[in-house]
Ligand binder design. Structure first.
Ligand SMILES: *[C@@H]1O[C@H](CO)[C@@H](O)[C@H](O)[C@H]1NC(C)=O
Ligand SMILES: *[C@@H]1O[C@H](CO)[C@@H](O)[C@H](O)[C@H]1NC(C)=O
Length: 619
């Protein structure tokens, strides 16, 4: 009898030792100075502040990269993105730039979600992915996160693009513009050519001319509307074959001429129109195309909205997360919810009720709408009695975008007193981000951690705290923060952090005793009197943007000079000692780890590939 009871008690305690649920909130481009709990007294973020109040606030939390794709890749894998090449180089795009491109997180990387899955978690990704859509021919199998350990997905396979704001006109033909005058000239030339060909009986009947013109228009349209392009291309090819078979195109010359005319028109119309807007970024697409092709909402593998309707989208995604929590609250298995907000990335958008609520314009409204989203999801945990057994994490993928301007209004985040911002991997403002852990009963409320921590620490920390079985893994760059968060230890297990700007190493951070040193190998050539590069600039790792100072790198002690105002003099004996130690650490790293070529340097894999464009079949 007694043994049975003990056994029953044992079984019960084993059953109740179900691992905790995990909720990860990731903000997009949010600056560390944008939150009340990090000292902002005019913006209202009560829900995020409450997380910090009831949990652990990380004061020295760092993104592994200053841009979305590499930072998220590092968060998901706990490894620097440079290790597996999902990071830009000089002359490559800085991130994945189209939904319909082949670049993606390599499948042999092990993600946080896969780890959770292995431990029988139910996993869901909501919001922005931006680690590759995985689409195959005709936009099929755009599985995105589903290929990386997530059971469910609702959100953007790619990212918000400024053009999602729209609407943009499809036809752009401003004749006061010299480009378009030239274009008109070319079109007239083509018509004259066709007439000429007709007159001299090269195109020998009206039917042929008509067909040639139709084919030209169709192909031009085909190329111009990639949303439906694959169908049109097939139709065009079949039409050509059909016309040929039934002798309507009666000779090879006609076909050749039609093809030449087609290509000419396509080239003129597409490249010139497009080029006018994207001279320096030719691989991108025109505003209309961007809105329609990249602004797509997906649920699991299905496109459910195209183009995006932004207003109310934040609420729609939050609702989805709440539904998910309710559906799985009573399951035997715990869940992992990764809610990656579209806020506060440009373009700015909110539902009507958040229009003008903040003291900080459109940007502030976006921050406050996001905060409300955090509140609603946390409330759902409470309503379902899950608060105690859920670990909540909040962070931003990197620093605020200082140069962001929309319609004359500044729309970037605020990085507090830290210098620089999004896009600048060595500058503190580009990588210093908010970080909050909450797990009532395990982590003491109002704890503050001043040691450097990284988004890459999330995976090992969760594995450690939730006692998940380890999984065969590659070497990771994150460390478990478990004992630091629990207040059992104030030392971190790492001494070195590397700060990449694209693939270049712009700075390193070194933790020694109670000091945190940072060594800069480049200097950013900011506009004078600022720590930014001016309106809408985003490519700041190479070229004119930086000066190489690796001969005499700049050293700061962040423990006494957090905002890097007073470099340690290079004649100071301490400079030589510390710089030598840091250089040695870096050499050891470089001797141990080799970086493969960037995935983004493969042009064919990076450009828009119309054949894999996903589209909404119901629209
Ligand atoms: C609060 O955030 C807003 C919006 O980013 C910013 O403009 C403002 O300077 C911040 N204020 C403080 C005191 O940090
Ligand atoms: C996950 O579930 C399977 C099947 O129910 C079980 O065999 C396995 O031990 C579980 N794994 C963990 C880590 O709990």
């Amino acid at each position: 009898m007694k043994t049975t009871l003990t056994l029953m008690l044992l079984v019960c305690s084993v059953a109740s030792k179900r691992p905790p649920n995990i909720v990860v909130f990731l903000a997009d481009d949010l600056g560390i100075g944008d939150l009340g709990c990090y000292g902002n007294n005019t913006i209202k973020t009560p829900n995020i502040d409450r997380l910090a109040h009831e949990g652990v606030k990380l004061n020295h939390n760092l993104a592994a990269a200053p841009l979305c794709t590499p930072s998220r890749a590092a968060l998901m894998t706990s490894r620097y993105a440079a290790r597996f090449g999902l990071i830009g180089e000089q002359d490559t795009p800085p991130v994945i730039v189209h939904i319909a491109s082949q670049a993606k997180l390599p499948h042999d990387e092990i993600t946080l979600a896969q780890r959770m899955k292995k431990n029988n978690y139910t996993t869901v990704c909501v919001g922005k992915w931006h680690l590759g859509s995985g689409c195959s021919m005709f936009g099929h199998n755009c599985r995105g996160p589903l290929d990386y350990g997530f059971d469910f997905f609702k959100g953007l396979l790619f990212t918000l693009v400024d053009e999602s704001r729209g609407p943009y006109s499809f036809w752009l033909f401003p004749l006061d513009d010299v480009f378009y005058q030239g274009l008109l000239g070319c079109i007239i030339g083509t018509v004259v050519m066709l007439w000429f060909l007709h007159k001299y009986r090269i195109l020998n009947n009206k039917g042929n001319i008509l067909l040639a013109v139709m084919a030209v228009l169709m192909l031009a349209l085909t190329w111009f509307i990639p949303v439906i392009q694959t169908h049109y291309i097939l139709a065009t090819v079949m039409m050509f074959w059909f016309l040929h078979k039934y002798g309507v195109f009666c000779n090879k010359g006609t076909i050749l001429l039609t093809i030449i005319a087609t290509l000419t028109l396509v080239l003129i119309w597409f490249i010139r129109t497009h080029y006018r807007f994207h001279t320096s970024k030719w691989w991108q697409v025109s505003p209309w195309m961007d809105q329609h092709m990249n602004g797509i909402l997906v649920e699991d593998e299905k496109v459910i909205m195209q183009p995006l309707v932004l207003d109310g989208l934040s609420q729609e995604l939050v609702e989805y997360s709440i539904d998910f929590i309710e559906k799985h609250a009573k399951d035997d298995a715990p869940f992992f919810l990764y809610h990656a907000f579209l806020h506060t990335h440009t373009p700015m958008f909110t539902a009507k009720e958040y229009d003008g609520v903040s003291q900080h314009g459109r940007y502030g409204d976006n921050v406050e709408e996001m905060d409300a989203g955090v509140g609603a999801i946390v409330k759902a945990l409470e309503n379902n009695g899950l608060t105690e057994n859920t670990i909540v994490y909040f962070a931003s993928d990197h620093g605020g975008w200082l140069e962001g301007v929309e319609g004359g209004e500044r729309v970037g985040g605020y990085n507090g007193m830290f210098k620089g911002g999004k896009g600048m991997g060595g500058a503190e403002g580009g990588i210093r981000v908010p970080g909050i852990f909450k797990w009532p009963g395990v982590l003491k409320a109002k704890t503050v951690v001043n040691m450097p921590t990284s988004l890459m620490d999330l995976m090992p920390t969760l594995v450690d705290m939730a006692d998940l079985t380890a999984m065969d893994s590659k070497e990771i760059d994150g460390v478990s923060l478990s004992s630091i968060l629990k207040g059992e230890d104030d030392k971190t297990q790492r001494s070195l952090l590397i700060h990449h700007c694209r693939k270049a190493i712009h700075a390193i951070r070194y933790i020694k005793d109670s000091h945190i040193y940072k060594l800069h190998f480049v200097k950013y050539n900011w506009l004078s009197g600022t720590t930014d590069f001016g309106e809408n600039d985003l490519c700041s790792c190479y070229g004119d943007h930086v000066t190489d100072i690796s001969d005499t790198p700049q050293l700061f002690d962040l423990s006494t000079d957090p905002y890097e105002d007073h470099p340690i003099n290079d004649t100071d004996p301490l400079y030589t000692i510390i710089v030598n130690e840091m250089q040695q650490e870096l050499s050891a790293w470089q001797g141990k780890v080799t970086y493969p070529p960037s995935i983004l340097s493969n042009k064919l894999g990076t450009i828009l590939n119309p054949f894999i464009q996903p589209y909404n079949l119901n629209c």
